[in-house]
Design a binder for this molecule. Structure first.
Ligand code: ATP
Ligand code: MG
Length: 579
């Protein structure tokens, strides 16, 4: 029989370090957070060899006394909370009292600090053992130096990537923390090279511009909303037309702490859902401020995750605030001129689509129109029977319909147009409580997670009002028996899978009802003509006529324009005719 033995402090700390210290960037995060908690106005970070060789973080915060140094590196010692109740309203970045102890167990650590009322002291720890402890001059503040990361845990060292990659992660951490703390100055050096230099500023916008680039602010809408009790949401959300292929430009701070929260992530995604092009990721910097009592930060050692006490309310507040803004922000064909100024006078001119469908339909006389594409001469009266979007001429690369109208050439994005039409029809059917559906001749069954199978069962009614009949077949399989007629040609499996994963993200029946439009929008994607489908001229004309009668026909569900018009006058100018 194997007896139970108590682990040594070093091993216990190394195990704890496994969660906190993954790579140099995690150390930099912990050290900067300590500096911020110490009220630093300036934080200077220097790394060598991606931080594996050396990390130095120097601050001008309140520092530490000689007596406190040994405590700082011992586990469960913190100056930030004293009793369990304090956990209910943590206002500092740290509170677990374990970061320095964990770091000291997997690297060599030296802290030199002064509170300002003493001359300074230093403490050096290696392998969990004190190596040196004594006076050392230091200005008010602290300098923490970490070297030879994982020197005593070679297995973990093997997981580190190249110096460049590790330095990249460090830079991401510095930038993220800097976004959350604009008034603090930051500097990051890799070897002799300065990678970031961010002066402290009272203007959060100026910091955002420094970190994200001026372009982002020019292409973003400012957010300022309050609600859900005393919560405040502020920051910037990128226009639906300003997106990235990866979710790398997304920053969400809760009380200054950068968090990755599923609930909030979902709220933001939902807000963009109706206006964002598929597969693209929005860019945003958002700050949510709320009473610390409303969140639990003690969820994970890295503190990237939090728990909201009233998650539903926070979700709805974030969703509603952003959704309204994003719907009002019209995407443009031309990017807005860069207009980043100073202070808060950062007004962005309203963006225009090439020409709105409503304008086109509402009798287009060409006067009062703005923009080069609108300078078409007034159409002759006898041409009055040409429909606004004209008649189809041809299809371009299986993706665009070319059509001739009175102004000139209309180019329609088939997929976007069809998606909007399907969405509006689904919505009308749904609102009338009469979703037209059809039984599948061959029901489609497929495997799901037990949770999804449960969801299919619990939300059978919700699915049915959306036109689907999905039945549970076993612990981990379901069968689709019916889909909306408008989506008869869609892939029933992926349609049902999408809905189930939506349900999983936001499961209550109420929430599903409240989010019916988003669900319909995602359903519409499934039923729309994919690019590269050949269309006949009558089919194309049918699409054009449907667009003319569809609400919001000028914009697809994801905010892209569905068509643009190039006037004959514009062509004349391009070909230098009449000059
Ligand atoms: N740069 C600093 N300036 C002043 N005091 C510091 C600094 N870094 C650490 N300390 C002190 O050392 C203590 C231990 O730091 P450590 O990071 O290990 O724990 P913590 O910040 O309290 O909690 P967490 O483990 O959640 O980070 C802190 O509570 C703080 O009092
Ligand atoms: Mg800490």
């Amino acid at each position: 029989m194997t007896r139970i033995r108590r682990l040594s402090a070093l091993v216990a700390n190394q195990i704890a370090a496994g969660e906190v210290v993954e790579r140099p960037a995690s150390i930099v995060k912990e050290l900067i957070e300590n500096s911020l908690d110490a009220g630093a106005r300036s934080v200077r970070v220097a790394i060598e060899q991606g931080g594996v060789k050396r990390i130095v973080v120097q601050d001008d915060g309140h520092g530490m006394s000689a007596e406190d140094l040994p405590l700082a590196v011992s586990r469960f010692a913190t100056s930030k909370i004293t009793e369990a109740q304090d956990l209910e309203r943590v206002a500092t970045m740290g509170f677990r009292g374990e970061a320095l102890a964990s770091i000291a167990s997997v690297a060599r650590l030296a802290i030199t600090a002064s509170t300002g009322s003493d001359a300074g002291a230093t403490l050096v720890v290696a392998g969990g053992e004190e190596v040196r402890n004594g006076p050392a001059p230091h200005p008010p503040g602290a300098t923490v130096e970490v070297s030879d990361l994982f020197y005593n845990t070679p297995v973990r060292r093997k997981f580190l990537k190249s110096d460049r990659t590790e330095a990249g992660h460090v830079s991401d951490v510095v930038r993220r923390l800097a976004l959350g703390h604009p008034t603090v100055a930051f500097e990051l050096k890799h070897g002799a090279r300065v990678i970031e230099r961010l002066p402290g500023t009272p203007d959060a916008g100026a910091r955002v511009a420094r970190v994200m680039g001026d372009e982002f602010l020019a292409q973003a809408v400012p957010v300022e909303a309050s609600g859900a009790g005393d919560a405040r949401l502020h920051g910037w959300v990128g226009l639906p037309t300003y997106t990235r292929a990866q979710a790398t430009g997304q920053f969400f701070f809760v009380n200054g702490r950068a968090v990755k929260d599923r609930l909030v992530g979902h709220a933001v995604r939902q807000a963009y859902r109706d206006v964002l092009f598929h597969g693209r990721h929005p860019v945003f910097v958002l700050f949510l401020e709320l009473d610390p009592a409303g969140i639990d930060v003690n969820v994970h050692p890295t503190k990237h995750e939090i728990r909201f006490r009233d998650g539903r309310r926070v979700h709805d507040f974030v969703f509603a605030s952003l959704n309204r803004l994003l719907r009002e922000a019209r995407p443009g064909v031309e990017p807005a001129p860069v207009q980043y100024g100073t202070g808060s006078a950062r007004e962005r001119p309203a963006l225009q689509t090439s020409m709105s469908l409503a304008e086109l339909i509402a009798g287009e006389r060409g006067d009062g129109a703005q923009g080069s594409r609108m300078e078409a001469p007034a159409p002759a009266a006898e041409e009055g029977d040409t429909p606004p979007l004209g008649y189809a001429l041809a299809q371009l690369h299986g993706a665009y319909v070319l059509s001739q109208n009175r102004e000139g050439l209309v180019v329609v994005d088939m997929h976007a147009a069809h998606e909007r039409i399907t969405y509006e029809k689904l919505k009308a059917d749904y609102q009338a409580g009469a979703m037209v559906a059809q039984r599948l001749l061959v029901p489609v069954s497929f495997d799901v997670t037990p949770r999804e199978a449960d969801l299919a069962e619990t939300h059978a009614d919700a699915l049915e009002t959306l036109g689907l009949v999905v039945e549970r077949q076993g612990p981990r399989s379901v069968v689709v028996r019916q889909v909306p007629s408008l989506l008869a040609n869609a892939d029933a499996e992926s349609l049902a899978r999408d809905l189930l994963s939506e349900f999983a993200e936001f499961g209550s029946s109420d929430a599903i009802r409240a989010r019916s439009e988003e669900l319909l929008a995602s359903m519409a994607c499934h039923g729309s003509v994919r690019a590269n489908r050949a269309m006949t001229v009558p089919e194309m004309n049918a699409l054009l006529r449907e667009m003319e009668t569809t609400p919001n026909g000028g914009q697809c569900n994801h905010g892209r324009p569905t068509f643009l018009v190039q006037s004959l006058a514009e062509f004349d100018r391009l070909f230098l005719r009449g000059r």
